[in-house]
Structures are given as C-alpha cells and as structure tokens.
Write a protein that binds this ligand. Structure first.
Ligand code: ADP
Ligand code: MG
Length: 731
C-alpha cells in the first residue's frame, strides 16, 4: 500500500483547522498601505527639501543628489525603526522570474565598538548582491564579474512583514557593472521614459497642457490552490510546479460548476489572509473569484502606473506563496499545472493616462477628443501589427508554451480584437479618399464613438474572450501573458513599440503639416494609411479555431508555438535596430537576454525530463509491476485448482496490457535520456533549446500517455501519487 499518498489525504482534515478569520473586524482603509513609505509618511519623516526633491525626481526622472539621499535614508530608517524593523534589503526582479532580496541589518559597530543603527545614503542608492548568482547571459562572466542594484525612487519602499521579523525593502533595478540591465525593471523604466516623451509630443497636437503620459496596468492573476500535503506527495508538483503525469478525473470542469461559484471556505480564509498582507503593502486588490477549472481562482487589483503595478504583482506572488504555507495550502502559478483542465494566464490590461486626467484609449465625447482617441487607438494597432513577433517573444516561456495554442488560451498567433463598432469606424476612416480630403470631410470626426463604445463594450456584449490582444472599451487587454510571468517583460515591449510607432507617426504628420496640410487632415491622412497598413492583424472571430490558424497563415501572421521559435526573432536585424534606436537594449544586452531565456528553457525542460523519468521508473513502473504480480499469482492459483484458460483469460489480458505500457514507458524514458545527452553536447544555447524542445520535451506526451493508462488499470491502493481527483477536489 502506498503510504505517502494516503497519509497525505488523512492530513487534510487537520489542515482545515488552520483557518483564520477575515480581517479581524477591521475596514480595509484601516490598514491599507500601513507598511508603505507613502507620500503622507514621507511628509512626516522627511525635511521639506528632501520631500520636494524626491517628488521632482519621481516626476521628471531626475537624479537625487547625495546629500538629499542621505536625508531620505535617515527618514526611511526612522520610519522603519518606529515599526520594529531591524533590517533593510534592496528588492529586485532578476531574470529568474522570482524576486530577490539580500538583507542587511541597520546594526553596526563604531570604530570604538559602540553599537549603532545606521542606514546611509550610499546604502539606499546602491548595493552589491555579491553572494548571489543570477542569470546574465554571459554578460557578467565575460565582462565584469559584479552586478549591482540601484534604487528606483519611483516605487516606494515597503516593509516586508513575516512572523519572523520585519525588513524594509527598497525597490531597485539590477545591472551589471558594465551597464547592461540584468532584470525586468531597468528596461521597463527606460520604456516608460521613451513612451512618455513620444506620447506627450503627439498629445500636444491636441492639448498643449499635457506634460506627462504614463501607461497604466491592471493585471488579473489566475492561480490554483491545492492542499500542501497532497502537493508534497508529488515530486513533480514540488519541483516543477505542475503535474507531469496523472489521468484527468471523471469529473473535471465539464459541468462548469466552479466558475464564479461559491469560494471554498478554506480557500476563502487564505484569500482574506493574503489580501490583508497585500493591502498593508499598498496593493489595491479589488476582485476575487473562482476560475473555470476546479481549484482555480483569480484576483485582480485596481489598475496603477505600470512600474508600480509590476512591482505589486511580483510582490503579491511572493506574499501568496508565503501566506499559503500558513494555511497548509500550496499555490500553483504555473500556466498549466494540470493537463485536461484550463490553464492560468495573467491578463495585462493596459492603457495610457495623461497628467491632465485623460485616458487616451477612452473614446472621446467631442470631434476633437475623438480624433485624439482614434490617433492612439490606431497607433496601438499599428504597433502590434509591426512588432507582433516581439510581443510574442515577450511572453515566451517554457511553461507558457503549454497554454498558448491549447484550446482554452489565446493562440500563439498575435492578433487584435476591436469589436464590431470600432471595426466599422476604422472602415469608415479607411474608405475616405484622403487625396481629395476636404475640410467638409471633418464630419468623420463627429462620429458618435463615445456613445457606442461604452454601450457595446463596457457591458460585455461585444467582447471576445479568445483574442490574445483585445480592446475592452477603454484599454487593451493583453491576454496571452502567462500566469508566472513578470509583467515587466510584456509591458516594456508594449511601451517601446508604442513609443516607436508614435515617433514615426509624428514624423509623418509633421511632414504633411510643413507641406501645408491642416493638422487634423494630416493626422487623418496618416491614420488612414496606418489602418490600411495594419488591418491584417485585426481578427474578430474565434481565435481557438483551426480555421483561424489557417487564415492567419494565409495572412502571413506568425504562429510560433514554442519558446525557441518565438525567441529566435530577437536576432532579427530590424528588431535589434529598433531596440537600440529606442535606447532600451544594446545589441549585446538583447543577445544576453535571449541567451538567458534559452538557457532557462533548457534548464526547465531538463528538470522536468529528470522528474518525469524518475516518476516513471520509481513510481509508475513499480506500482504496475506489483499489480501485475498479484494478477500472475492469481492466474497461477486458478491454474493450480484445475480451471480452464477461460477462467483467467481476463487476468492474462491485463497482464499483457500492463507489459505493453511498461515497455513503452521504459523505452521512451531511455530514448529521452539519450536525447538529453546529445542535446547537452550542443554548445549553442539556441540550438540546444530547440533540441530540448523537439527531442526531449516531445517525449513527455508518450510517457504520460502510457503512465495515465496504467493509472486506470492498477489497483487504486497501490498507486503511489495523489490522483487528479484528490489534488483538485480534496481540501
Ligand atoms: P473584466 O475585464 O474582468 O470584465 P474590468 O473591465 O472591470 O474587468 O477590468 C479588468 C481589469 O482592468 C482590472 O484589473 C482593472 O484594474 C483594469 N483596468 C481598468 N481600467 C484600466 C485602465 N485604464 N488601465 C489599465 N487597466 C485598467
Ligand atoms: Mg479574467
């Protein structure tokens, strides 16, 4: 009898006693952002001079001088120590996909041995996370051995509070000494700056008062929650965050009874607990609900400036992992933890806000604001059209490959959905003969866009849930982002390609204006051209259908189903040029990033290959053989008492079937190990990733198929790992 599986099932009842109640009777506003060095706190702890210069630095991206940094550091220290904090840490988001921190205490000794608590400007501004080794695509190895973290004043310090103690965390970027970025935040910040400039320039055609444009992000995070003991009884879930084998349960999600259903009590307690932690950190969570698959859930905050929203998402994932432990639960952020039921995504709702309070992707109310809306709307479509491959590459990861292309997630083909009404508006603009465009034609701007959009889109009647990139009334929703992803990657690309498109747009419009064209007409003429140029990226139908894959191929849209293929485009001359021109990545930096993702891909497939091989050889085959021996013993007994073959015909058949599956599993595992050995000899990381994809990962399905067949044959009590029905339904 398999002890670990059944012992873990028995533990569940005890785990249910871990429940905690709500927010302790408090209002959310009572504790929202209590652990954040907010503007209000700054005023309290900083001199006027320090406060003002911090504000200016955040607004204008200006450097804070040493003297002021000194004052800010001492303000942060005073605030933190008033709250029982003993340590500080630079907090950053390296390309490992998790967050990183290295704690140092405020405590130090003076030369004469007097103990003292300090936190100076230098420690605030820069640190060297020396002891750690982070992926760097060869940059740090070949050029400069060290990397350092540098303070991002635009994201406020926060206190990370665990039952063990409190640490004040300073959000930072992570860069090599030779200057290349090694994290998600540095390119994101650069993209914000270029987009700000480009968007303000275009806004100024319409309104001279706009001096700043900031992209906004509202992410929706999907995740699974399962019992910790059950998770621990599965080496694949412990090490890979997903089930590598396991037959789908008789009842999965086909009854559609989980979506928006009543949240299970134990999960609800967990949600309230992590929400409380999140609120303290200033993460403005708003929504929680069940998702489609059993044991799948979602949470979403109120949208924020992209930089803050990205930090908050990374932080929340950490908080959720930590709080789950208290509830003896395990959170799975993996894009496809369980084959056969829905996977998880992280929808990135993205828009552009001006400092005059205008959402540039919200349809206007007057002809003038209509044109402003149309300008930004069409430029987004053009940007996605021209750089669809970069968007695809920005969300490529080993785990997201399981989702893109599966039939419940957006496909790997990037397209844009805009809805019926806007489709007709675009057609209308495009159909105008711009050569003979006269001022009377300006009536086109009098389209009642603002009346129709809210009606059609905000009430959900004109939505397409299958689109990877959908307009949803006042924002675009990038739905193909994976649930484990750091939003910084897709957001940096989206901001950058938008900036590039707006810059080119302005050049063309200015050219026409200096040729004597009226401003509005010039803008419409370029928009007209852009619609024609980019309309093949627009798709309103079912993105999950085979017909779309066919149609997309005819249109010449790429369908990169795997990470190695999706990532290869980063070497293309035109993309490299664009990133360099926009100042986001140097050629070497871009190459290093590509290497990092290839390497990450190889490592992840390698780990999964080891685990699936281990599960097959050490769990599945022994259980199958044990059951087979019981049958053989039985056959022998039946023979012994003199029964004819007919009496043990069924047993014999099962014995033979088991042998067939056992042979298949054994042979495929051996072939997979062989393929790994060959791939490991390939020095080129891109080629190696491709080999891991085509030769190693490709064998998983066969191993799994036969293992899952055996699960249905072998006596239940001999099966060593918790089954899907237990993982997904027991809590
Ligand atoms: P749903 O798409 O699930 O029906 P909503 O349309 O209300 O729900 O919003 C989904 C997400 O979009 C939320 O996380 C919200 O914060 C975000 N969102 C709303 N407006 C904006 C905006 N202007 N910019 C960025 N995100 C936004
Ligand atoms: Mg959703």
């Amino acid at each position: 009898m398999s002890t670990l599986r059944f012992a873990s099932i028995e533990e569940i009842d005890a785990h249910n006693e871990q429940k905690k109640n709500g927010y302790g009777g408090k209002k959310i506003t009572d504790f929202f952002a209590v652990n954040v060095f907010t503007g209000r706190i700054m005023r309290e702890y900083l001199t006027d001079e320090a406060y003002k210069s911090w504000q200016v630095s955040v607004k204008e991206g200006k450097k804070i001088d040493r003297k002021i940094a000194e004052q800010i550091a001492s303000g942060i220290k005073a605030w933190a120590m008033d709250r029982g904090v003993t340590h500080f840490s630079h907090w950053f988001q390296p390309l490992t996909g998790t967050t990183a921190e290295k704690h140092d205490s405020f405590f130090t000794l003076k030369a004469d041995g007097t103990p003292l608590e300090t936190f100076d400007g230098d420690a605030l501004i820069q640190q060297e996370p020396d002891a750690s080794s982070f992926p760097n695509g060869g940059i740090r190895a070949t050029f400069e051995a060290r990397g350092y973290t540098a303070w991002d004043p635009a994201s406020p310090p926060f206190i990370m509070e665990t039952e063990q103690g409190k640490t004040v965390c300073i959000p930072t970027i992570f860069i090599a000494y030779s200057g290349e970025s090694l994290d998600y935040k540095a390119p994101l910040l650069k993209s914000l700056a270029v987009l700000d400039k480009a968007a303000v320039d275009v806004c100024n055609y319409f309104d001279k008062n706009v001096t700043r444009v900031t992209p906004t992000l509202g992410w929706e995070q999907e995740y699974f929650v399962i019992d910790e003991a059950l998770a621990n009884a599965r080496p694949d879930i412990v090490q890979c965050g997903r089930a590598l084998i396991g037959h789908a349960p008789a009842k999965g999600q086909q009854l559609e009874d989980h979506y928006f259903g009543v949240i299970p009590e134990r999960v609800f307690a967990f949600m309230q607990d992590f929400e409380q932690e999140a609120y303290k950190l200033g993460i403005p969570l708003r929504t929680r609900h069940n998702e489609v698959a059993p044991a799948q859930f979602e949470c979403a905050p109120i949208f924020e400036e992209v930089n803050i929203a990205v930090d908050h998402n990374s932080l929340l994932m950490d908080v959720m992992n930590r709080v789950a432990k208290r509830h003896k639960l395990k959170v799975l952020f993996h894009e496809k933890p369980f084959a056969g039921v829905n996977g998880s995504g992280k929808h990135n709702n993205w828009s552009l806000a001006t400092d005059t309070g205008v959402n540039l992707l919200a349809p206007g109310k007057t002809p003038r604001t209509n044109l402003l809306f149309l300008t930004f709307f069409v430029n987004v479509i053009k940007a996605v059209h021209d750089y669809a491959d970069l968007l695809r590459a920005s969300i490529a990861s080993e785990s997201n490959d399981h989702r893109l292309g599966a039939n419940e997630a957006p496909p790997a083909i990037i397209s844009v959905f805009v809805g019926k009404y806007l489709t007709s508006v675009l057609k209308e603009v495009e159909s105008r003969d711009m050569e003979s465009f006269t001022e009377q034609d300006e009536q086109i701007l009098k389209l009642d866009i603002h009346k129709h959009i809210p009606e059609l889109m905000l009430d959900n009647t004109d939505r397409n849930r299958t689109s990877p990139f959908a307009f949803t009334g006042n924002k675009f929703e990038f739905r193909a982002v994976g649930s484990t992803a750091n939003c910084g990657s897709p957001m940096a690309v989206l901001n950058t390609i938008m900036a590039k498109t707006l810059i080119d747009f302005k050049k063309e419009v200015d050219g026409k204006i200096s040729g004597g064209e009226k401003k509005e007409i010039a803008i419409l003429q370029v928009l007209n051209q852009y619609i024609t140029d980019s309309k093949n990226i627009l798709f309103e139908g079912d993105n999950y259908s085979d017909e779309w894959a066919e149609e997309a191929r005819r249109r010449g849209l790429n369908n990169f189903k795997t990470t190695p293929d999706a990532l290869a485009v980063l070497s293309e001359e035109r993309f490299v040029k664009m990133f360099v021109e926009m100042g986001i990545y140097s050629e070497r930096e871009l190459h290093a990033r590509q290497e990092i993702v290839f390497e990450d891909y190889v490592k992840k497939v390698q780990i999964e290959a080891r685990i699936i091989g281990y599960l097959a050889s050490n769990y599945v085959l022994p259980a199958a053989i044990q059951y087979q021996n019981i049958l053989i013993e039985n056959i022998r007994g039946l023979k012994e008492i003199g029964l004819e073959e007919e009496a043990y015909r069924a047993q014999k058949h099962i014995v033979a079937t088991i042998s067939r599956h056992v042979t298949q599993i054994n042979d495929t595992v051996e072939a997979m190990i062989g393929a790994r050995k060959v791939a490991n000899k390939e020095p080129d990381m891109q080629k190696r990733a491709k080999m891991y994809c085509d030769e190693v990962k490709a064998k998983f399905d066969t191993i799994r198929y036969h293992a899952d067949k055996l699960e249905l044959i072998v006596e239940d009590k001999l099966w060593p790992m918790p089954k899907y029905r237990e993982l997904l339904f027991l809590r």
